[in-house]
Design a protein around this ligand. Sequence first.
Ligand code: SF4
Length: 153
Amino acid sequence: MAVFMSNLNNHIKLRAHHLLCLQGYQGYGYDEDFKRNLEKLLTHLKTNPTITVIKTADVLCSHCPNLKDEKCCLNLEKYDEYSTKEEIDNSNEEIAKMDSNVIKETGIIENKTYKIDNLYKIVNNSIKNVDDLKDICDNCKWTDVCMWYQSKL
Ligand code: SF4
């Protein structure tokens, strides 16, 4: 686990597609540690709203069981000792593409620092309905329970 990212006292970096996930969260997650960390982050952002937008593993990924060696293995059928570097890189790139597409769709600037409420405003003004979410949420398994996604239907 990347300790430097798990400390909420550090400046918070968020990957772009998590701006959608945070708005849609209603108690579902990959495991208890992931959910606890996400809820801690939501509380933290109320009094520390400044974050930097990135396209790589972030403060949420640091407590996610899908993160292996800083790469997101979510899209692997199964992660084990037989998983190849190519399979892991492909999975990681597919997830990073979600971040790139959020950035493209919204005009948010990578590595720039914003207030979280401003980012939510930009995202919500740019993405009005599910048609705008093609290439972002198409392969997400949480859409049925994501309040934000459901609000765009
Ligand atoms: S699934 Fe991937 S992108 Fe999502 S929190 Fe886990 S490691 Fe990060």
